[in-house]
Design a protein around this ligand. Structure first.
Ligand SMILES: NC(=O)c1ccc[n+]([C@@H]2O[C@H](COP(=O)([O-])OP(=O)(O)OC[C@H]3O[C@@H](n4cnc5c(N)ncnc54)[C@H](O)[C@@H]3O)[C@@H](O)[C@H]2O)c1
Ligand SMILES: [Zn+2]
Length: 349
């Protein structure tokens, strides 16, 4: 079992290991403020993990109430949020109690946002059950729901009380969902850590505990330097400007992590084309994504990607900030004029 301390909010530990669901009561009891916790899950994680989590919490004297919503990004809405807030109210949750998000990034984002606004903020705990939520979504304090106008448009910064990551939960993930998480982990390696990148370049490691742990440390360090996303935290968008365009062009038929894999390869290619790369970055990035069973191209015309990118919320006036790898383990923010984007896209695809 590994513990990574994150000195954000009130300060919290990310606990990563095997068999942790059954130990949740013992591990969470010391950090929970009161004796009532609302477990929030989707229908899938309810079936898989609710009973053991509940049994462990109840065994430690923590009373639980449970709320499950239908799985999927299409339920990360104000509607679900409203029902969840009413559930908290009906069950008499107060600021002395806590919410526990049991699931992937959708559950974590929505529970975190509900916890941020219910009674102006109650404590919450993340129990990530997808690799993507473990390596990315559950750390850093960003919470949100989608609006009809776009993803993650309503949200808040709200740090959890603890993150409990039981790597055994990944055993039931569909292979595609597991690979989504690997794409984000490889991205972290490209951004910040050459040897971590190398450790992910031969395919999905047997033990995912160290994979989660290093991504969490790397994400923590960048969030510590820029909690509210005014500068350096934007590095985490490596591959994402392209990925969001790919997701839109493909009507979200390609999953987010898969689009990030393609987008990161495109960023590496663009970096070489623009002379930003100080060493070959395309070949190693492409090889690492392929080794993890991820796609490396999307076969979309540059024109359609351009149109989608110009509608992206990250567009600040006449510029778009790309994240480009300078070498494996180091990247930089690279603002480009909208007028140059077509040429870059043609070079990157
Ligand atoms: N807050 C952040 O910083 C941040 C960062 C990255 C992504 N996100 C958000 O995270 C979301 C994506 O996360 P996700 O990919 O985990 O999506 P998700 O929560 O929808 O999970 C994917 C699917 O896997 C199922 N599932 C969850 N755990 C499982 C398990 N152990 N076994 C089998 N099935 C399981 C879920 O029911 C769901 O159908 C997006 O909404 C994205 O915006 C947030
Ligand atoms: Zn992502």
């Amino acid at each position: 079992m590994l513990k990574i301390h994150v000195p954000l909010g009130g300060g919290y530990d990310v606990i990563i290991g095997h068999g942790l669901t059954e130990q949740a009561g013992r591990l969470l009891k010391p950090v929970l403020p009161g004796s009532l916790a609302a477990i929030v899950c989707d229908d899938t994680t309810r079936e898989l993990f609710l009973e053991p989590l509940k049994a462990s919490l109840n065994g430690a004297g923590i009373r639980t109430v449970e709320y499950a919503f239908p799985h999927g990004e299409q339920h990360k809405t104000l509607g679900t949020l409203g029902r969840l807030l009413s559930f908290f109210a009906r069950n008499g949750l107060t600021r002395a109690d806590a919410a526990i998000a049991l699931g992937g990034g959708v559950t974590g984002d929505m529970t975190g946002f509900a916890a941020a606004v219910y009674q102006r903020g109650i404590p919450f705990v993340q129990v990530p059950t997808t690799l993507l939520s473990a390596v990315d979504a559950s750390v850093g304090g960003k919470t949100a729901v989608d609006l009809p106008e776009g993803k993650n448009l309503a949200g808040a910064f709200h740090q959890p009380l603890a993150v409990l990551c039981d790597a055994d939960t990944f055993a039931t993930l569909p292979p595609e969902t597991l690979r989504d998480g690997m794409a984000e982990a490889v991205k972290m390696g490209v951004l910040f850590d050459r040897s971590y990148f190398a450790s992910l370049s031969n395919g999905i490691p047997e033990d995912l505990v160290p994979v989660v742990a290093r991504s969490v440390e790397l994400k923590r360090d960048v969030v510590l330097r820029d909690e509210f996303d005014r500068g350096e935290r934007a590095l985490l968008n490596l591959g994402h400007t392209f990925a969001h365009a790919i997701e839109k062009c493909m009507d979200f038929q390609m999953t987010h992590g898969h689009a990030v894999a393609v987008g990161t390869v495109m960023a590496a290619r663009a970096s070489e084309a623009l002379g930003v790369a100080e060493e070959p970055v395309l070949d190693p990035v492409r090889a690492a994504m392929e080794a993890n069973g991820l796609p490396v191209k999307a076969d979309l015309p540059a024109d359609r990607m351009l149109e989608a990118m110009l509608r992206d919320k990250k567009r600040a006036g006449a510029q778009i900030t790309l994240v480009l790898p300078e070498r494996i383990g180091k990247a930089r923010l690279h603002p480009v004029g909208v007028g140059d984007l077509r040429g870059i896209l043609e070079a990157a695809t």
